[in-house]
Design a protein around this ligand. Structure first.
Ligand code: G6Q
Length: 549
């Protein structure tokens, strides 16, 4: 047994779960008119209503006790203070310093990192204003109209979700594209839509060695030289965001076109750093700074708000409640906003790469479930696809529902219809439909008793399905920053309670070297027998298909 599962709060939660598991939220709402005011909290205009969860006052108190006992507040302060909490990589996790708009000193190894954070922000402002203002032009004098970000994982997903979500704030005449996959189709299709003389490539890679990114970068450079016949112009059209400036220089990037960040910024937490350059080119620096401010606001909320009103802490505790006591295997993200369509992909990486761990901070195997599978889709599309399983399936799927009260595109009453779907779904998931209610409906539809008997079981909805509603005024850069930071801190709190290091990613690093050996075999084009029989035969069959007409 581990310290966690033996802790008093955990044991009390186990005993409490046994008593509570059959309670229905419908009854809990009926018994307590104060349920919403008790189980909701706000930061700015962001409201978290967590009353539609399978919790009572006692559950909430015990979950808060779990957080206290796990020393969440102490770990949180250590993170903000730049302590080396990423113990397997011997460094701090200081994405919060990147958006520290209060500019209070943040010390790493005796050095205040804020001056260098601010210096890079200034560099980004200067460069982006020149590009957007038409002062920095392509080699032949054309305006830059297209930015192509080449990066993968953390060097792609964060900027990508933000650029998609903030499209209404973008400068007219500036498009941004993202190439991540080593599948040549990705780059090829993007290049079909841009012109070399008006295109700026950003090579985004913390390491500047990631196979996919480097291959795409070299292919893009080859294309550029082929199309323009001008090798010298590469320096004008390729910039780099990296911690590895030497390799970037070898690629042909000018020192003034390199944007630095630091090893204490994890890939999936890096959109706030120079990795956000595509965001800045697309939206402008003022908008980017608004996003940093929104994130900083959430940082201050996380740091200063008592646990019982603290949005990331509450989200984390509810996630643990379902993950570890109800054995829910996944957590769904339903953003009722088309601009947020890439949010599940970003949160998938943030959460699953951070908390997809089996070994705890003491180097031992855990004896409890850690990070859930994150997935999701935009509303109302999700309702016409997998919501069947949400309503009547056998698997518990706790979910976050997010929606802005105002739409950027008010078309008739369409946004009100979207809102009504949001409210109706979260209510229906909570309430369910009893046999009596279903019978009354079927009778009203004109069915006779015999027919009703036959179909009734299919028309009953158990309900009691938990959701968090996250509602805010509108999706703007500030809110976007706050929401993304909210999820970062949620993941952090869960990692602290599960006693795992949320800031390393050895599984991803492993993947980076796995393909190298096989690539060597593929190049030789000889019969392969070096691996297990399945891998050998797959390679041999594939090579036969690939190289015979
Ligand atoms: C993120 C991960 C991973 C990383 C990519 C790209 O936290 O470490 O997704 O961002 O593998 O790495 P580079 O930025 O070094 O190319």
């Amino acid at each position: 047994m581990s310290d966690l599962t033996e802790s008093p709060a955990w044991r009390e939660l186990q005993a409490h779960f046994a008593e509570l598991k059959d309670l229905h939220m419908r009854d809990l709402f009926e018994q307590d008119a104060q349920r919403f005011s008790k189980f909701s909290t706000r930061m700015g205009d962001i409201l978290l209503d967590f009353s539609k969860n399978r919790i009572t006052d006692e559950t909430f108190d015990l979950l808060l006790k779990l957080a206290k006992d796990a020393d969440v507040e102490h770990w949180r302060d250590q993170m903000f203070d730049g302590e080396p909490i990423n113990i397997s990589e011997f460094r701090p996790a200081l994405h919060t310093a990147l958006r520290n708009r209060s500019n209070t000193p943040v010390m790493v190894d005796g050095e205040n990192v804020m001056p260098k954070v601010n210096r890079v922000l200034e560099q980004i402002r200067y460069f982006s204003e020149r590009v957007r203002g038409g002062h920095y032009r392509g080699y032949s004098g054309h305006l830059i109209t297209d930015v192509v970000n080449i990066g993968i994982g953390g060097s792609d997903l964060g900027p990508h979700v933000v650029c998609d979500a903030m499209k209404p704030y973008a400068q007219r005449g500036m498009e941004v594209h993202f190439v991540s996959n080593v599948d040549p189709t990705h780059l090829t299709e993007i290049l079909k839509g841009v012109k070399p003389e008006s295109c700026l490539f950003i090579i985004s890679s913390k390491s500047f060695t990631t196979q996919e990114t480097m291959m795409n970068a070299h292919s893009a450079r080859d294309w550029f030289i082929r199309e323009t016949g001008n090798k010298k112009a590469v320096a004008k059209h390729f910039v780099a965001v990296t911690t590895n400036q030497q390799v970037a220089a070898d690629f042909g990037i000018l020192p003034e076109n390199m944007f630095e960040f630091w090893d204490w910024v994890g890939g999936r937490y890096s959109l706030w750093s120079a990795i956000g350059l595509p965001i800045v080119l697309y939206l402008g620096m003022d908008r980017f700074e608004e996003m940093l401010e929104g994130a900083h606001e959430m940082d201050l909320h996380f740091r200063n708000t008592p646990l019982e009103k603290n949005i990331p802490v509450i989200l984390a505790l509810l996630g643990i409640w379902y993950n570890n006591f109800f054995d829910a295997q996944s957590h769904a993200i339903m953003a009722y906003n088309q601009y947020l369509r890439r949010l599940p992909a970003h949160l998938q990486q943030l959460d699953m790469e951070s908390n997809g761990k089996t070994i705890n901070r003491n180097g031992e195997r855990v004896d409890y479930l850690t990070g859930p599978i994150i997935w999701g889709e935009t509303g109302s599309n999700c309702q016409h696809a997998f919501f069947q399983l949400m309503h009547q399936g056998t698997k518990p799927v706790p979910a976050d529902f997010l929606i802005p009260a105002k739409s950027k595109n008010p078309l008739g009453n369409q946004h009100c219809v979207l809102l009504s779907n949001f409210f109706a779904q979260t209510r229906a998931l909570m309430m369910g439909k009893t046999a009596e209610e279903a019978t009354a409906e079927l009778k009203a539809d004109g069915m006779d008793d015999e027919q009703i008997k036959e179909v009734l079981p299919h028309k009953i909805f158990e309900g009691n399905k938990p959701t968090n509603s996250i509602l805010f005024e509108k999706l703007n850069p500030r809110t976007m920053g706050s929401l993304l930071a909210m999820y970062e801190h949620k993941v952090f709190v869960q990692g602290v309670i599960w006693n795992i290091n949320s800031f390393d990613q050895w599984g991803v690093e492993y993947g980076k070297v796995l393909a190298d050996d096989i690539m060597h075999e593929l190049k030789t084009r000889e019969h392969v027998d070096a691996y297990d029989v399945s891998t050998n035969e797959l390679i041999n069959y594939c090579m036969k298909l690939k190289f015979t007409d």
